[in-house]
Write a protein that binds this ligand. Structure first.
Ligand code: GTR
Length: 415
């Protein structure tokens, strides 16, 4: 049997008709996980076998399924864009150069601005590899530094009070990252689209609406799609920064932004690698396990994150045409690091590990290796293969321990 044609220009809209189910129970007992069968990334939807030479077509097929049923399609086309420098200075007692730029995008009589905060180590000659890691709470929260421009978007999204400077320094151990010779770029995810179920009133969606459109179609992007789009726009900008090696940008994120990082790297092959920290449901964790947060729950709590079609799979994960090991596989053969925390049952650590293991089949087909262990690790154990995995001891968090593993991973696979 021949692989199907995957011509993007002739794709029909996909509009599912269902009554979304309300959030039901949540299982956190491994014994109660029911048997499931995963969709095989190495078999086309029409049953044809996937080979190394036709993986590109299967990749497109899987990507299209994630677009139409999970994250929504990201619109194509460039917006009118302006870049303004906000500030350049030194940071970390001279160990780093800090740059801040504002990217403004306009269309349909609307505009949005993404403030980008970039650090590069002063001690390194030449362009450096950079971690691009968006933040939840505003750029001013990642370090206690009065020169960081307050995120205006965070002020808007939090009723006028964007919170104190430096409240999230634990998630961004700058001295550790820069001391290892890497740069860090970050932006407030709400600059691309606020994390609020408000009918997409303030984000990038409006800029792409066609005539008279007022909301995304059921198969069009939600907020995670907008955050991933923001990652790609910041990558565009990093390509203009002389101190940055834009062939070695590792996109990463924690939790909802860990889901985003995987979706960004899946869509945009310019990202050299990705880390996804405690990303859980619709991130790295297998949906069919229904352990911890599940599809009905996530669509009830965060209806704006995904495309509307995804709501049809609440309590019906077996009907999903994809599962999350295939999201990881979309990154192949680029290096990917998945991480869990031992007390983070909501994100299903075992489901994250199993997805990484299942994605290995695609990496192996492409000759890239894969996850280098079969058994679920004990807390503190790290496996640094082309698909890396670690299980940190403790709660849902992005901690210094996690960063040290991501830096080792980058040393091994990106540098
Ligand atoms: C939780 C959500 C998770 C995860 C997390 C986070 O409330 O249920 O899917 O994304 O938030 O982003 O911190």
């Amino acid at each position: 049997m021949e692989p199907p044609s995957t011509n993007l220009s002739v794709r029909e809209p996909v509009v599912l008709d269902c009554s979304p189910v309300p959030a039901g129970g949540v299982n956190t007992d491994e014994v109660l996980v029911e048997p499931y069968e995963l969709p095989d990334p190495l078999v086309f939807e029409n049953g044809a076998a996937v080979t190394r030479s036709n993986w590109g077509e299967r990749r497109t097929e899987i990507l299209n399924l994630f677009e139409d049923h999970v994250f929504g399609r990201t619109p194509e086309g460039e917006l009118s864009a302006i870049t303004e420098e906000s500030e350049t200075g030194t940071a970390l007692d001279g160990a780093a150069t800090r740059r801040q730029v504002r990217l403004t995008f306009s269309n349909n009589d609307r505009s949005i601005a993404i403030d980008v905060l970039i650090y590069v180590p002063s001690s390194v000659d030449g362009p450096v590899p950079v971690f691009l890691v968006p933040n939840f709470d505003g750029n001013h929260t990642i370090a206690d530094d009065p020169d960081i421009v307050f995120s205006a978007g965070a002020t808007r999204d939090r009723g006028g009070d964007a919170g104190p400077r430096g409240s999230k320094t634990g998630r961004f151990p700058l001295a550790t990252i820069l001391g290892r010779g890497y740069g860090l770029a970050t932006f407030y995810s709400g600059d691309a689209d606020p994390d609020i179920d408000d009918g997409f009133a303030n984000g990038v969606h409006h800029l792409y609406y066609s005539d008279a459109q007022t909301t995304p179609e059921p198969y069009e992007w939600g907020t995670i799609g907008a955050w991933a789009w923001g990652c790609s726009r910041v990558l565009d900008h990093l390509g203009t920064e002389q101190a940055v090696d834009d062939d070695r940008v590792i996109v990463g994120g924690h939790s909802r932004l860990g889901k985003t990082a995987l979706w960004a790297a899946a869509q945009d092959k310019r990202f050299a690698a990705v880390f996804s920290n405690n990303s859980g449901c619709t991130g790295a964790a297998l949906s069919r396990r229904r352990f911890g947060e599940n599809v009905a729950v996530i669509n009830t709590l965060f209806p704006h994150w995904f495309c509307r079609n995804y709501r049809c799979y609440g309590n019906d994960e077996a009907a999903l045409p994809v599962d999350q090991h295939q999201l990881i596989a979309l990154v192949a053969p680029r290096p990917v690091h998945i991480a869990s925390a031992s007390e983070d049952g909501w994100a299903d650590p075992l489901g994250e590990f199993l997805a990484a293991r299942e994605a290995s089949h695609v990496y192996e087909l492409l000759g890239a290796g894969g996850l280098e262990r079969e058994d679920f690790p004990s807390p503190g154990e790290v496996s640094l293969g082309p698909i890396s995995y670690h299980l940190r001891d403790g709660e849902h968090a992005l901690a210094e321990f996690d960063w040290v593993q991501y830096l080792d991973f980058a040393d091994n696979h990106v540098r």
